[in-house]
Design a binder for this molecule. Sequence first.
Ligand SMILES: Nc1ncnc2c1ncn2[C@@H]1O[C@H](COP(=O)(O)OP(=O)(O)OP(=O)(O)O)[C@@H](O)[C@H]1O
Length: 681
Amino acid sequence: MALQAAALAEADAPAESSAGPARLWLRLLRSPLTLSGVIIVLIFVVLAIIAPWISPYDPSAVSDTTLAGPSAAHWLGTTQNGQDVLSQMLYGARASMFVGIGAAVLTTVLSVVVGVTAGYVGGIGDEVLSLLANVFLVLPSLPLTIILAAYLPHSGSLGIILVITVTGWAWGARVLRAQTLSLRKRDFVEAARATGEPTWRIIVKDILPNQVAVIAASFLGTVTAAILTQASLAFLGLADVTQWSWGTILYWAQTGSALLTGAWWWFVPAGLAIAVLGTALSLVNFGIDEFINPRLRQAGIGTKKAQRGQVRAGRPRGRRHRTAPVPRPAPAPFTQDSTDVVLQVRDLRVEYVSEGGRTRAVSDVSFALRRGEVLGIAGESGSGKSTLAYAITRLHKPPAEIARGEIRYTAPDGRGVDVLAMDEAELREFRWEELSIVFQSAMHALNPVLRIGAQIEDVIVAHRPRMAAPERAARVLELLDIVGIPADRASSYPHELSGGMRQRAMIAIGLALDPEIIVMDEPTTALDVVIQRQIIEKIMELKDRLGFSVVFITHDLSLLIELSDTIAVMYGGKVVEMAPAEDFYRHPQHPYSQGLLGSFPTLGGPKRELTGIVGSPPDLRRLPSGCAFRTRCPHAFDACATKVPELLQVGEPGARGTLAACLLHSVPETTTNELATGETR
Ligand SMILES: Nc1ncnc2c1ncn2[C@@H]1O[C@H](COP(=O)(O)OP(=O)(O)OP(=O)(O)O)[C@@H](O)[C@H]1O
């Protein structure tokens, strides 16, 4: 039952993973109920350990004092053969506890190994392990237990442990598999993968801590169940009844007709011991459940220490790689030289492959991102922005496929790297060291069971395993300071931070290794306008200070205009306009851009009438012929239905280096291939 209850709890029930074990126990014991449970369990454990030294008699020794009630000589009375019940209880505790803990350890280890492996590896491994678990689940456990126990009558406690493990592991494995399946798709696990953490570390640091509630419940529940099973088997005479346990006491009491003769002292202590121990284990279980889920915990426990200044703010040390901001280029990316291009994307095509065919979500996109520049990518939902971002970072997963194109990264030392040719190990290096990602929803991208400081540190550990712990801790504080999070927040869990702070924490993680490029996929979408502005200002300040480049994706065009040097507008998987932000704002060339600009209020500047765009974005599987926008375009003419417009330079007055894919504009001189090199004529 305990396992079921925990399994129903949220998968993100966090664990106290970054506190030391001593502190962890102290906090756990703050609950009086938990404390009572722990004390009772400890008393039983200690009594079991010291039984040979404190037992007043040999538990098997017979005497003339038969069936005597409790007395000074025999505190819990005697049996039909004059054996001392107290001594039998003390020795019995040893066997019962050994069976309980032994079976719980084996069952839990087997459940965790099978469940987590099946859930995490997926595919054929999952199918085989799940089939195995399902086979064991459908076996009727009670008859199986009885049969197995009957065949192993003289193997003692080890036999019982084996029987309980064989019949009990599958349920836990199934629950853990289901939880792992859900966790592995969570953003914070994706984020951990993206930062280059190895699989074993993701399982240990991201998957398992989120399952502590279930694992603890499984363990403690199995201890109780194993003691009960052992008692039942012994009571039925299916265990070794010559070995003292609480079950064998009940067996001999039953065969000695203790109930009929009213010798309650013979069977009540054993029954009571099982009930009390079971209750105590349940109390510990509830305590752990509450403790590992900070949301259930009393508010303030975790933060009080921090408020008392336990974590002191460190002064940011001088930056190792980039102390001076990289000069910001003039906002005209297509009229300058291309020597400072950090990322070139040329003719990139990304398709989603399904049985029904291939959906082209990104269609022949080219751009050049210069050092220190912000490239803003705008477009309605479904226009391909996120697909493009994931392809650039090579985080796209099947059914997405990069069908063609080139992505070229140029390191600060001039070394060029073909991103699409990188193997997994190179990619792990590349991501976060050179290019990092700030994901859409910080709440989901942050691991709920880890403190913010620990999450930032994880990225550093994954990439700089040899960095000394004090240096790492100092870097964490430096990063928090850079993004404007007070140092004492290092010990906060994500849910204890405001939305803005969480997003800043994501940015701190993105900055952890001084990347050259940060891809930000709607990093402010879930925030209110005031916080949004603060985050944007922080990003701009950091960009100017640290000199990284940004690919910024959002629906919010007005935000993008404030933030970007260059804006690329996507429609139906294609870039339909690319221009310096100011030119774009003043002289949008594509009718779609004009419509988009007419749909958004600006964050600042003069008010203007909102007009909007008629219709809705096209289904990428069924794009209109010719220009994909023509069905919504107020200026469409006949040729738009037959001719696909190319992204070409347009020459409106004031529009410096604007490219637009629209037949309204005359045939220009510059093509997208030149754009991919950052050069124009
Ligand atoms: N896993 C998938 N399988 C098939 N098609 C997909 C898949 N993911 C996305 N698509 C399609 O690819 C297109 C582009 O999606 P994408 O998420 O890149 O757009 P977006 O501009 O980022 O949208 P949003 O702003 O809503 O995030 C959409 O039409 C979508 O239906």
